[in-house]
Structures are given as structure tokens and as C-alpha cells.
Ligand binder design. Sequence first.
Ligand code: HEC
Length: 208
Amino acid sequence: MHDQPRLKPLRRSDFFADGRASRPLVPGTVARGQLREDPYFYSGMVGKGQPGNTLPLPVTEKLLQRGRQRFEVYCTPCHSRVGDGNGMIVQRGYRHPPSFHTDELRSAPIGHFFDVITNGFGAMPDYAQQVAPEDRWAIAAYIRVLQFSQHAALADFPAEARAGLAQNANALRPPPPETTMGERPSAPGTAGDQQPHTRTQPRGGAKQ
Ligand code: HEC
């Protein structure tokens, strides 16, 4: 068999004047899937240093669920699941991040959250490699959900839900620590189950 003369990629070659077997990319070449046509989608910025305040994706339950899932993977170790900054790593000595439930961060434009994930912020490393742009927006949207969950006025609820809330005010409190899975009566002599089972809503409705 004859060995056909050929060029090996990225090796030396005498064929081209620059001595390289591989040709340089034509200026302006864009890799497949990397045409970042929409600068806002990839930066969260509307001007230099100016975060925008729109979500460039439709708000769907699926997006928020995805945001929650990604948030719980990448952000809770420091920020905690409710975003108060008390994550496990922080409990072990890492710098305490600010809570998301401050007036300042409640009023921060959503693009700011995208930017913090993309570029990091002070002591916080960036998560650009780990979290794709679409997921960064999903997380930013979910942070809004978290903020709302801790800062909703009664008037924000639909009328039917409002009536139910007043009725079930107790349901908003976390279940008493001693509740057991079934209705197992507490053993005689243990003072554990003093609180009567008056919960009117299934457990886990309000918070988890
Ligand atoms: C390793 C711990 C750690 C992780 C993980 C982490 N952060 Fe942070 N974050 C911090 C710390 C620390 C600060 C405060 C930084 C400072 O002020 O120097 C901070 C600050 C922030 C701020 C506040 C910025 C401001 O304007 O004050 C936001 C928003 C934020 N993080 C979002 C996120 C999101 C979203 C994720 C997940 C993608 C995340 N962080 C993951 C540690 C972390």
C-alpha cells in the first residue's frame, strides 16, 4: 500500500508559506452554536456597568423549577436554600454572603444577578464555566421567587387564597419538631407530643 501524502492537523508543513499545515481561521469565524447575537442575553448588561432589568426568557414554571434545581446545586453551599447566606460552607468558616432578602438586593435589577454569576463578585468566584447562560437566567429568576417568598404582602395573593391563608394561619408555621410520620400515639410518660395535631394543611405546603 502506498502512503498517501497528506497534512496532519496543527503540524508543520512546507506546502504553505507560513509553515503550518492548518490554515488560520478566516477573521470573524464563529464556532457553531456560539453566535452570541444578543449581547444582553450573555451579559445581563444594557450599558457599561449597567445591569438590565428584564428577563430575556419567558417566565414559565419549567424555567423556575430549573432555576431552583441549579440554585440548589451551585449556590446553596454558601447562600443556603432560602438565600439568607447561611450555607454549609459559611457555617464552616467561609465568608458570609449578604442575604438576598435585603432592600438593596430586592431592588437590584435582575441583570445584576446574571452578572454576579457570570463574573463573580468580590470574594465570590464566578460560575460561568459551570452554569450555562440560560441556566444563569433561570437561577436569577428563581432568586426573585425566593425574595418574593419572604416578602409577599397579603394583597399579593389571589382573593380565594387570601381567605384560606387567614383560616390556616397556623399552617404557615413550621410543623412542631416532635410530629411523627403517622398518627402514632406518644408513649406514655413522654412529654414530647404536647402540641395537639391541629394542622389544617398537609405538611410542607409553605416551606420545606
Ligand atoms: C463559595 C461560596 C459561594 C457560592 C457557591 C456562591 N456565592 Fe454568591 N456570594 C458569596 C460571597 C462570599 C458573596 C459576598 C462577596 C463579597 O461581598 O465580597 C456573594 C455575593 C453574592 C451576591 C450579592 C452581590 C451583591 O450585589 O451584593 C449574589 C447576588 C450572589 N452571590 C449570587 C450567587 C449565585 C446566584 C450563586 C450560584 C450560582 C452564588 N452566589 C454562589 C459566596 C458564594
